[in-house]
Design a binder for this molecule. Structure first.
Ligand code: XLS
Ligand code: MG
Length: 345
């Protein structure tokens, strides 16, 4: 059994702005973030394209390659690798109405070109994984777009990426809302269905984020099990979420420990990681943290995963199977509660 390997993105270490107020602490430089990742026991970093190449839209292809190589060198110098690159398709004026599903053909071309740049950056960073979080591909007003038409645009763009790089693997990260009112690929089921519409479903996988499943009213561990049953769970963004509100990206397990336990259980029971998949954390530091303690959420989330892994591995599997056989689920839930609390059972 290979040990689990962990990753996060540079955006998970921030100076604390939110939509209602500015930064509240100093920022870490990229090199400081890489050092922190290594110190905290992480193995890889995840990248938005412009985390690796700042000011991407303003740069020539030669500059993009040069900057991406410099970023890769920093990773190598610190013993880390890149897990994936994700094009930032939600920031520029050209993505206001969506990226691949914008009603404007010029904007759709921008989204594809930007994604191709992200693929090129991935080459330089040594990863063939592209993550698509389809942030603005959806609507605020239902009548604004045609869904079948939007799906044709989306599949067409994905096919062009798959054609551009024959080794590329694309992971769709579904999320039901925010920033849009309704997203077009809101759930894991939609992402699986989308993958089968593309020219090469074998190169299409899913990244499941805990909070996004909760926002969709679904159970994260069941969604992981569903994707695993199609061999499509190729990355995760573990975090936590308190109910149906904005995407909180809380530390893993800090809202609902039992829900976190079940995510670790499903990953462990289905050999997640055996094909090189990482345990990614997409967690946000509380705005109230001072800078010197503003990386704890990452170390804590990783440690909680390992604590829960121990709980999964020390389950009394004979008792578990017997209770399922007896269909005594009341006793099963009691046993799990006792086990999580460390109560002698
Ligand atoms: C936002 C997403 C984002 C992606 C990476 O809700 O979780 O952080 O994971 O682009
Ligand atoms: Mg995420």
């Amino acid at each position: 059994m290979p040990p689990y390997r962990f990753s996060f993105g540079p955006w998970n270490l921030s100076d604390g702005p939110d939509p209602f107020g500015p930064a509240v602490r100093g920022s870490f430089t990229f090199v400081e973030k890489v050092k922190l990742a290594k110190e905290m026991g992480f193995d890889a970093l995840q990248f938005h394209d412009d985390d690796a190449v700042p000011d991407l839209d303003a740069r020539s292809s030669a500059e993009i390659v040069r900057q991406a190589r410099a970023t890769k060198q920093i990773l190598t110098d610190h013993g880390l690798v890149a897990e994936f690159v994700a094009p930032r398709l939600w920031f520029s004026p050209q993505t206001i109405d969506g990226a691949f599903t914008s009603n404007d053909a010029a904007d759709r071309s921008y989204a594809l070109e930007r994604s191709i740049k992200a693929i090129d950056i991935g080459h330089e960073l040594g990863t063939n994984i592209l993550v698509l979080w389809l942030a603005r591909d959806g609507t605020y007003v239902r009548e604004a777009k045609s869904v079948p038409c939007a799906m044709r645009y989306l599949v067409g763009a994905i096919d062009q990426m798959l054609e551009y790089d024959k080794n590329l693997r694309i992971l769709v990260e579904p999320k039901p809302n925010e920033p849009t009112d309704q997203a077009y690929i809101p759930t894991v089921g939609h992402a699986v269905a989308l993958s089968y519409q593309t020219s090469d479903p074998t190169r299409m996988g899913i990244l499941i984020e805990t909070a996004h499943q909760i926002l969709a009213g679904l159970d994260p561990s069941d969604e992981m099990g569903f994707a695993l049953s199609f061999n499509k769970l190729w990355s995760v963004h573990l975090n936590d979420q308190s109910g149906l509100k904005f995407d909180e990206d809380k530390s893993f397990g800090e809202v609902d420990l039992r829900r976190a336990f079940n995510q670790v259980r499903v990953l462990e029971e289905n050999n997640y990681g055996n094909n090189g998949e990482y345990v990614g954390l997409d967690v946000k530091a509380l705005r109230t943290q001072r800078k010197e303690v503003s990386a704890k959420h990452l170390a804590n989330s990783r440690e909680t995963f390992l604590w829960l892994l121990d709980k999964v591995r020390t389950l009394n599997r004979r008792l578990y199977a017997e209770l399922v056989k007896q269909r005594d689920y009341e006793e099963l839930t009691r046993y799990i509660t006792a086990h999580l609390l460390g109560v002698q059972y």
